[in-house]
Write a protein that binds this ligand. Structure first.
Ligand code: FRU
Length: 478
């Protein structure tokens, strides 16, 4: 039995067992639906199912029975990631990758990835009798049949269904292939929609695509990324490409790239358009690098990020937590114009592990620029995680060396901000086992899990040099 106290309060976590990528994020018959990569039998990755939960506000989730299990010859090794749409006749259609070893070259010991569909009513889903709908035979030459996955399906303004599938080319690099269809069942290969020239990791996974404020936005999750300065970190990373998209030709001209998250625990995001026209994205709030950090006998592993509202400014994606979060605020505390000089301060009414803090740091006029500001949270005598701002070199850092993991790597995350005169603005969201930091009105985000025991709840603010701090803290209720 998993008690409420063992789970995050407003982030979706796995019902039992293991969770990775969000799948089938969609609005259907009055509910937000979120499916997820799910291995119910153990808190470690295994043959993938699709877990299922629904919500009216993307913060309070109710589980529904698992929607897909790996029970057919074409998906016997797993129902991998995919997406969902509402069909022209009002059905909920899930498109996913079936993984099997029983494809074309039986006995070769290889696994194959093919695209499949299942149709349902929001509760039960029935796999299509003639799956797969995009088989290995429909993969163009020069692509690897073992790495062809994670369909992103949508219906264009012209009524045509489109699907993007991540495929590994014969150089081992991820490309995004486009297929089109009139009915969502019969698919034709159209073109390479986006290509990795080797600048962004190796294989690409989990494409998402949408048009926002007139711009096309493609997000892909990267394997084996090599850091590029402070904009990308190594390993598994999520890339956002913004450009011009022409629906009549399906051409996508990329104009800019950015890292979606400067923390480590954000991967494989999917997005929806809400009924009131917002583009909202959610990601897996864990990382493959640290996915083995927990005990496989834990009752569950895996949680989703807070859903983020997206905007574009100057060809850059800005992300903010969904506005529904303000509905969870129960009590607020304000501390204004706090001058700190080479000291540390804590407040009796600012502590705990489920809260939101709006923080502003500024230099003190007439004084030299301070060296460092630190907010040390989830703390006690043994543990702490630090959010550090160093104005001299414009660096923001999350340092979780003392958060309670036995792993040495992946504990320091950095972002470089643009502001250059000592001002720093951040929204910080804690929900028991995570911290999400939205910097400079969502210009950058840093996400990290915090697996520290829950009674470590102190929050201490420290200054090296002289600075001024304003903060508002909101308690968040379930
Ligand atoms: C990304 C991913 C997907 C795949 C799924 C399998 O995290 O590797 O490419 O569909 O996980 O669980």
């Amino acid at each position: 039995m998993i008690t409420d106290g063992q789970r995050p309060v407003f982030h979706l976590s796995s019902r039992v067992g293991w969770m990775n990528d969000p799948n089938g994020f969609s609005v259907y018959e009055g509910f937000y639906h979120l499916f997820y990569q799910y291995h119910p039998y153990e808190a470690r990755w295994g043959p993938m199912h699709w877990g299922h939960a629904v919500s009216r506000d993307m913060l309070h989730w109710e589980y529904r029975p698992a929607a897909l299990a790996p029970d057919r010859s074409y998906d016997n090794l797993g129902c991998f990631s995919g997406t969902a749409i509402t069909t022209k006749d009002g059905k909920h259609l899930l498109m996913y990758t079936g993984v099997t070893d029983r494809c074309c070259e039986a006995g070769s010991g290889e696994t194959y990835q093919q695209q499949c569909i299942a149709v349902g009513d929001g509760f039960d889903y029935v796999k299509y009798a003639f799956n797969p709908v995009i088989s290995t035979g429909q993969i163009p030459e020069r692509y690897n049949k073992c790495h062809f996955r994670d369909p992103k399906v949508w219906q264009g303004d012209d009524g045509i269904y489109r699907v993007l599938v991540a495929a590994m080319d014969d150089n081992g690099l991820g490309n995004i292939l486009l297929y089109t269809s009139d009915d969502g069942i019969n698919w034709t290969y159209k073109k390479v929609f986006a290509r990795n020239d080797g600048s962004f990791g190796k294989m690409w996974e989990c494409p998402d695509f949408f048009v926002l404020e007139g711009k096309g936005v493609l997000t892909v999750s990267l394997e084996d990324m090599t850091p590029k300065g402070y904009e990308y970190h190594g390993g598994h990373e999520t890339l956002c490409l913004i450009g011009d998209y022409d629906e009549s030709t399906d051409d996508f001209f990329i104009r800019s790239d950015q890292s979606l998250d400067h923390g480590i625990d954000f991967y494989a995001p999917e997005s929806i358009e809400t009924d009131d026209g917002r583009r909202v994205m959610i990601g897996w709030m864990q990382s493959w690098e640290n996915a083995s950090c927990h005990d496989i006998h834990d009752p569950y592993f895996g949680q989703m990020s807070i859903p983020r509202e997206l905007k574009i400014r100057d060809c850059r994606l800005y992300q903010q937590p969904i506005r529904e979060l303000t509905g969870l605020r129960s009590r607020n505390t304000v501390h204004s114009n706090i001058i700190m000089e080479d000291d540390e301060i804590s407040f009796f009414d600012v502590s705990g592990r489920v809260l939101e803090i709006d923080l502003e740091i500024a230099p003190v006029p007439g004084e030299s620029l301070f060296d460092r500001f630190i907010m040390s949270f989830a703390g006690d005598k043994v543990y702490h995680t630090d959010l550090v701002f160093r104005p001299g070199d414009l660096m923001v850092e999350i340092d979780r060396e003392f958060f309670g993991s036995g792993k040495k790597n992946g504990n320091r995350m950095v972002a470089r901000i643009t502001n250059n005169d000592g001002f720093f603005k951040a929204k910080i969201i804690l929900d028991r086992f995570s911290v999400e930091v939205f910097l400079e009105d969502g210009h950058q985000v840093m996400t990290s899990t915090v697996c520290t025991p829950l009674d470590a709840g102190s929050i201490v603010f420290k200054a090296v040099g002289k600075l001024m701090m304003n903060l508002i803290k909101y308690d968040l209720k379930s």
